[in-house]
Design a protein around this ligand. Structure first.
Ligand SMILES: NC(=O)c1ccc[n+]([C@@H]2O[C@H](COP(=O)([O-])OP(=O)(O)OC[C@H]3O[C@@H](n4cnc5c(N)ncnc54)[C@H](OP(=O)(O)O)[C@@H]3O)[C@@H](O)[C@H]2O)c1
Length: 229
C-alpha cells in the first residue's frame, strides 16, 4: 500500500511510518514544511501528485493550553486541515483516516465513552478537533475518525512518554493527581489504524477512550467534576 502520513515529525506519525515500513508499505511521510494541512491548495496539489492509496492524518495543533490563546492556528490545523485532507482524498479515491481525541467529551460519564456518546468539547483544542471530525465526515463519508487518548511512545513529550526517563532518575517527581485516562501505546494505535484501513471501515471509532483530562486553566474547576476512581 502507498500510504501518506502527515505531521511526520510527531510522535504518532513516526510510529505510523515505522510500522508501515515494517510491513512493506511504500511510505510518504511529510512534515509541515512539505505539507501544511491548513493550506487547501498545498494539500490538493500534494495528494494529487503523490496519489496515495491511503492518508493517515497525524498532523495537529496539539498544544492544549496554547490553543486557548491561538484559536485561529489551532482551527486552521485541526478543523480546516482535516477537512482539506478529506476533500483531497475523496477527489482521488484515497482512504482517509484522521486521529481525534477523548477531549471531545466533557469527562462527566463514569466509565468508557463509546462511539455513540455525544461529544461536549470544553476547550478550544477540543472544539477544534470535534469540528475537524464533523468536517471530515461531511467532506468524505468514507473517512475514518479514530479517537484516542493519552497516547505515549518514543519521541512523545507528554506525561506518560517522559515518565520512564524521570523515574530512572533518583529524584522526587511532582505529578497531578486529579486527571485520569486510558494510556494508549502509539505502537498499538498504529496497528489499529492499519486494521481499520484494511477493512475499508468508515465512521467514528474509539481506541480506548476514558477521558478526564485536566482541561486548560481557563476551565479548571468550572465544569469538570472528577470521575470516581
Ligand atoms: N498525544 C496524545 O496523547 C493524543 C491523544 C489523543 C489524540 N491525539 C491526536 O493524535 C494525533 C497525533 O498526535 P501526536 O501526539 O503525535 O502529536 P505531536 O507529536 O504534537 O505531532 C503533531 C505534528 O503535527 C504537526 N503540525 C501541526 N500543524 C501542522 C500543519 N498545519 N500542517 C502539517 N503539520 C502540522 C506538528 O508540526 P510542528 O512540530 O511543526 O508543529 C507536529 O509534528 C493528533 O491528531 C492529536 O490530536 C494525540
Amino acid at each position: 500500500m502507498k500510504i501518506l502520513i502527515t505531521g511526520a515529525r510527531g510522535m504518532v506519525a513516526r510510529a505510523a511510518a515505522a510500522y508501515a515500513s515494517s510491513i512493506g508499505d511504500e511510505v510518504i511521510a511529510l512534515d509541515r514544511g512539505r505539507l501544511d494541512i491548513s493550506d487547501r491548495e498545498n494539500v490538493r496539489a500534494v495528494i494529487n501528485s503523490m496519489r496515495p492509496d491511503a492518508v493517515v492524518n497525524c498532523a495537529a495543533f496539539t498544544n492544549v493550553d496554547g490553543a486557548e490563546s491561538d484559536r485561529a492556528t489551532c482551527y486552521a490545523a485541526n478543523a480546516e486541515g482535516a477537512e482539506n485532507l478529506a476533500l483531497a482524498c475523496r477527489e482521488i479515491g484515497a482512504k482517509f483516516l484522521t486521529i481525534s481525541t477523548d477531549y471531545v467529551f466533557d469527562g462527566k460519564k463514569k466509565g468508557f465513552y463509546v462511539e455513540s456518546d455525544t461529544p461536549n468539547p470544553l476547550s478550544i483544542y477540543a472544539s477544534s478537533k470535534y469540528e475537524g471530525e464533523l468536517r471530515t465526515r461531511a467532506a468524505d463519508p468514507n473517512a475514518i475518525v479514530l479517537r484516542s487518548g493519552w497516547i505515549y511512545g518514543p519521541g512523545g513529550t507528554n506525561f506518560l512518554s517522559v515518565m520512564p526517563e524521570l523515574l530512572a532518575k533518583d529524584t522526587a517527581i511532582k505529578v497531578v493527581s486529579d486527571s485520569r485516562g486510558t494510556p494508549t501505546y502509539a505502537g498499538d494505535l498504529v496497528r489499529r489504524i492499519r486494521e481499520l484501513i484494511d477493512k475499508d471501515a468508515s465512521g467514528i471509532f474509539h481506541a480506548q477512550v476514558f477521558p478526564n483530562h485536566k482541561h486548560p486553566a481557563a476551565l479548571r474547576g468550572k465544569r469538570l467534576p472528577l470521575l470516581a476512581v
